[in-house]
Design a protein around this ligand. Structure first.
Ligand code: MCA
Ligand code: AMP
Length: 504
C-alpha cells in the first residue's frame, strides 16, 4: 500500500515544475518546490526527535507550509493532529493532555501563551500564515530527509478530535489505509485528475479540506487555487479559471446570494461538490436554475472519511447523498433491535469498509459502543435507502448541531452554561439559519429572578467562537416528557423561526 506521502512523491516526480498552489497576490508553488518543503520539514521533525507513532499537534493558519508539515509528519511515521484555529487555550489544554504529542506547532502570535507547555516531552514551535516561524527556521538548518519510514495500511496516520456526546472530545484515529483508500475511491468516482484546478477555500484542520480536497489534489497532480477563507465574490472571480469547487452548504447559500452567479460565470466548471451538512433541496434546484450545473452531494464523517456520493454520471438527486463509494458497505438498521430494516424504512446508518477509522484514542469502551460485532460502525445519522438505491439522510440520532459545517455537541455548551452563576439549567439546540444551516441556540432557565442573555454569551469565551450560542433565550422552565427528559424537539419547534430574518 502507498501512503498519501508516497503518492505525493510519485506525483511530484512526474509533475515537477507544475503549479500545485496558486494564491492570489502571492507566488505560485510548484510540486517540486513543495517536495523540497516536505523534505526540509521531515529533516526538522527528525532532528527534533519526532519518532514513528509520535503525535504532531498543529494549530496554525492555512498555508502551503501547513500542508507540507502534514506530509512531512506522514513521511517520518508520525501521527498528524490538526486543531481548529478557533479553539481556545482551555480547549487546547485538553487535546494536548489527551494526545500527549511530541511536538506542538502554533501560530507565532500565540507562542508566548503556549510557552509554558514546552518541556522534555513536548517541543513547542511556531509556523505562521506566511510560512515563517521557529519550525521554518529549523527546517532551513536541518539536513533534508528523503527516505520515508515504511508504513502499512493499519498504521496510524492522523487523529482528528470530534466533540463527544458526553462532553469529552474523542480523538478519531485514522490509518494510512483509511486515507489512501478513500482518496483513491474519490479520484476515480469524481474523475479527478491532473487537468483539474480546484478552488480550495475550506479550512485544512478537518476531513473535508485536508483528507478530501487537499489529498485529492496532492495525489492527482492537480492545481489548488488556495484561499485562506471562503468569500463568494472572490470565488466567482476565480471560477473562470477553475474546474472543481468543494464546499459546505453555506458556500452554496452564499454563492446563490450573488447576482453574478450564472451560466456564463460557471461555464468552465465541471464539478461542484457539497458535503459536511445537509444541502437544502431548494438550494440544489436554485443552483441548477441559475447555472445549469447540478451540485454533487456526498456524505461523510470524521470517523469514516467519505461514505456515499451521488453519481458523477447519472442523476444527482436533491436531498439525497447517493450510493456507497466502491469497497464500502452501507446498511440501515432498526434503532431498537439493530436489525437491518426493510428497504425504504428509516433507521440508523451503519458503515463498514477500508474507510472506517481504527477507534477513539485511548477510549476502548467508547469505540466498542459504536461498532457492531460484525464490524459495522454506527454513524448516529438516521436515513433511508429507497428502491432507487440512493441514501437519504433524514435526521440525527445523536444530539449534534452542525453550524456552517462545524460540529457542535450541545452537551459541551450546556455544561459551560450550567456552570455560570445564576443558571439553573439549559438546553442547547440547533435552529434553522439562512446562512449557517443551523445556529447554536441556548435556552436557559435562571435559578431565580432573571438572567442577562448578553452576559451569558460574554461569559462563554472559553469555548471556540463557532460553539458559542448565536442567541440565548431565557425561559422559566424547559419542556419535559413524562420521564423528565428535556424535549428538544419541542424547543426546536417553538423557536423554529428565530433566525428567519437573520442577515447572512
Ligand atoms: C465562523 N464563525 C462561525 C462559523 N464560522 N460561527 C458559527 N459557525 C461557523 N461555521 C464565526 C466567526 O468566528 C465570526 O465570529 C463570525 O462567525 C462571522 O464569521 P464569518 O466571516 O461569517 O465566517 P466565515 O469566515 O465566512 O466562515 C463561515 C464558513 C466557515 C465559510 C461557513 O465556517 C467554513 O469554512 N466552514 C467549513 C467548515 C468545514 O470545513 N467543515 C468540514 C468538517 P465573530 O463575529 O465573533 O468574529 S469535516 C466533516 O464535516 C465531514 C467529514 C464531511 O462530511 O465533510
Ligand atoms: P464530522 O463529525 O465533522 O465529521 O461530521 C459528520 C456529520 O456531518 C455526519 O455524521 C452527518 O451528520 C453530517 N453530514 C456530512 N455530510 C452530510 C450531508 N451531505 N448531508 C447531511 N449531513 C451530512
Amino acid at each position: 500500500m502507498q501512503t498519501i506521502h508516497d503518492h505525493f512523491i510519485q506525483t511530484a516526480e512526474v509533475m515537477q515544475g507544475k503549479t500545485l498552489f496558486e494564491r492570489p497576490g502571492q507566488p505560485d508553488i510548484s510540486f517540486a518546490q513543495m517536495r523540497g518543503m516536505v523534505e526540509a520539514l521531515a529533516g526538522a521533525l527528525t532532528a527534533i526527535g519526532v519518532a514513528p507513532g509520535d503525535r504532531v499537534a498543529v494549530q496554525v493558519e492555512k498555508s502551503p507550509e501547513a500542508i507540507a508539515l502534514y506530509l512531512a509528519t506522514l513521511q517520518v511515521g508520525g501521527i498528524f493532529l490538526p486543531l481548529n484555529t478557533a479553539y481556545t487555550g482551555a480547549e487546547i489544554d485538553y487535546f494536548i493532555g489527551d494526545a500527549a504529542p511530541r511536538l506542538f506547532v502554533c501560530d507565532p502570535s500565540l507562542a508566548a501563551s503556549h510557552a509554558h507547555r514546552a518541556g522534555d516531552a513536548l517541543a513547542v514551535l511556531t509556523l505562521g500564515a506566511d510560512g515563517q516561524g521557529t519550525l521554518a527556521d529549523q527546517a532551513r538548518t536541518a539536513t533534508p530527509r528523503e527516505d520515508a519510514h515504511p508504513r502499512g495500511p493499519e498504521d496510524r496516520a492522523a487523529i482528528l478530535y470530534t466533540s463527544g456526546t458526553t462532553g469529552r472530545s474523542k480523538g478519531a484515529v485514522l490509518t494510512h489505509g483509511n486515507l489512501t483508500s478513500n482518496t483513491e475511491a474519490l479520484l476515480e468516482h469524481w474523475r479527478f485528475d491532473a487537468n483539474d484546478r480546484l478552488i480550495h477555500a475550506l479550512p485544512i484542520f478537518h476531513t473535508h479540506g485536508l483528507f478530501v480536497a487537499a489529498n485529492m489534489a496532492l495525489v492527482a497532480g492537480a492545481t489548488m487555487i488556495f484561499l485562506t477563507k471562503f468569500d463568494a465574490e472572490q470565488a466567482i472571480d476565480l471560477i473562470a479559471r477553475a474546474t472543481v469547487l468543494m464546499g459546505v452548504p453555506t458556500f452554496y447559500t452564499r454563492l446563490l446570494k450573488s447576482p453574478r452567479l450564472d451560466r456564463e460565470a460557471t461555464s468552465g466548471m465541471r464539478l461542484f461538490v457539497s458535503g459536511s451538512a445537509p444541502l437544502l433541496a431548494e438550494d440544489h434546484r436554485a443552483f441548477t436554475d441559475r447555472t445549469g450545473q447540478r451540485i454533487l452531494e456526498r456524505y461523510g464523517m470524521t470517523e469514516t472519511c467519505m461514505i456515499t456520493s451521488n453519481p458523477y454520471d447519472g442523476d444527482r438527486i436533491a436531498g439525497a447523498v447517493g450510493m456507497a463509494l466502491p469497497g464500502i458497505q452501507v446498511r440501515i438498521t432498526d434503532r431498537e433491535t439493530g436489525d437491518p430494516v426493510a428497504p425504504g424504512e428509516i433507521g440508523l446508518i451503519e458503515v463498514k469498509g477500508p474507510n472506517v477509522f481504527e477507534g477513539y484514542w485511548n477510549m476502548p469502551e467508547k469505540t466498542a459502543a459504536e461498532f457492531r460485532p460484525d464490524g459495522f460502525f454506527i454513524t448516529g445519522d438516521l436515513g433511508t435507502i429507497e428502491a432507487d438505491g440512493y441514501l437519504r439522510i433524514v435526521g440525527r440520532d445523536k444530539d449534534l448541531v452542525i453550524s456552517g459545517g462545524y460540529n457542535v455537541y450541545p452537551k459541551e455548551v450546556e455544561e459551560a452554561i450550567d456552570a455560570l452563576p445564576g443558571v439553573l439549567e439549559s438546553a442547547v439546540i440547533g435552529l434553522p439559519h439562512p446562512d449557517l444551516g443551523e445556529a447554536v441556540t441556548a435556552i436557559v432557565v435562571p435559578k431565580s429572578g432573571t438572567l442577562d442573555a448578553d452576559q451569558i454569551r460574554a461569559a462563554l469565551s472559553d469555548l471556540a467562537r463557532f460553539k458559542q450560542p448565536r442567541q440565548v433565550i431565557v425561559v422559566d422552565a424547559l419542556p419535559r416528557n413524562v420521564m423528565g427528559k428535556v424535549q428538544k424537539a419541542e424547543l426546536r419547534k417553538t423557536h423554529a423561526g428565530l433566525y428567519a430574518q437573520a442577515l447572512a
